[in-house]
Write a protein that binds this ligand. Sequence first.
Ligand code: GDD
Ligand code: MN
Length: 368
Amino acid sequence: MTSDLSIIIPTYNEKNNIAPLIQSLRSALEDVEWEVVFVDDDSPDGTSKLLRDYALKDNRVRVIQRLGRRGLASACIEGVLSSSSPYICIMDADLQHDEGLLNQMLDSLRNEDLDLVIGSRYTDQGNADAMPYYRKRLSEAANWFSNRMFGVNITDPMSGYFMFTRHYFESVQYKLSGRGFKILLDMLISSHQPVRFKELPYVMRQRQHGESKLNFLVIWDFLIQIINRVLGKFVPYRFLSFVTVGFSGLVIHMFVLWLLHAQYHGDFTYAQSVATFIAMTSNYILNNIFTYHDARKKNKALWSGLFKFYLVCLLGAVLNVALASYLNDRNIIWIIAGISGAMAGAVWNFTISNIFVWTIYKKTNSQE
Ligand code: GDD
Ligand code: MN
C-alpha cells in the first residue's frame, strides 16, 4: 500500500491521548491514503508499547522508539526521513490540533502551487484561547521576534501543526538544527528560495490528558539559538549559554558582595570570597541544567562535578588575573587588559569544563 500523506507525531508521555487521536485520524481521513509515524522518546508511561499494539492491528500506524534521546524537533525530522509519502504533516499528539484541517491542508498542497500549509492560531478566525495567559504572551513574543529577526512574515511561526511537500523538506533538510521545539521556524529560515506558503486558521483545543513539555529550558534554548543565529556559526551554541550563565553569576556575585560588605560591613576579602564561592556554585548548577542539559550530572556525579568545576574556575581566575596584569604592565589601557583577562578566563573555563567536567566529547564519540 502506498500512502499519499504521512503524519508525523512526536510523543512523550502521551499514553491517554493515543486512542482518541488514532480514532480522530481514521475518521478525518476516510478518503485519503495515509499513514501515521509516531516518534516516541521511550516515554516512561509506556506510550511506545501502546503504539505498537495499534501498529500490529493497523498497518497505517508505525512507531519509531528512540532510546536515550529527547527532543521534539529531532523526533519530527527522523519521522519525516523514515517516511516516503509526497505530503507530510507534523502535528502534536495531545489533540490540541484540529484534525478537521488535514483535508483542507492536503487539498491546498495538491491544487495550489505551495510548499507549505500552516495551521495558524493567530489569523482572524484562528484562536489560541486554550493556552494559559502567559503562554499566549510568550508565543506572541516569539512570533514578534521571529518576524523581526528573520523577516518571516507569517502570523504563527511557532505553530506545531503544518503540512508540506517532500520536495520542500528535501531542500532544507541539511540545514535544520534539530534543536528544541521550533521546527517550523527552522524550516522557514533554512530555505534558499522564498517559501510558498499559506496559513489556515484553526482553533486550538485544550489538552485533556498529560501535560505540556514546553518548559523554561525550551524557552532558554530558543533565546540562545536566536543569539546564535545573529552571531553566526562562529560562536558555538554552548559557549553562548555558558557566557550567559556567567553573566548571571556576575550579578549574583555583586549582590552577595553588596550584601555582606556594604550592608553588613563584613570584611572585604571575606565578602569577596563568599561571593565568588556562591557565584561559582550557582554557575555550576545553571550550566548543569541549561548549558549541558544533554550531559546533565545527577546524584554522586553532581558533587564530583562541582568540585571539578571549582578547580577549573580557580585556574581560570589565575589565568584571567595573570593575563590582565601582564597586559596592564605593558601599558595596555586597563579596560582592554581587564576584558582580555576575563575573556581568556571564560574561554578556559568553557573549554576545560567541556573536557573535564561534563566530558561531552567523550560522550559523543564513544559508543557507550
Ligand atoms: N518524541 C518527543 N520527544 N516528543 C516530544 C518531546 C520530546 O522530547 N517533547 C514534546 N514532545 C511531543 C509531545 O508529546 C506532543 O505530542 C508534542 O510534542 C507537543 O508537545 P507539548 O508539550 O504538547 O507542547 P505544547 O503544546 O506546549 O507546545 C505546542 O505549541 C508550541 C507553540 O506554542 C507545540 O505545538 C510546539 O511545537 C509549538 O511550538
Ligand atoms: Mn500541546
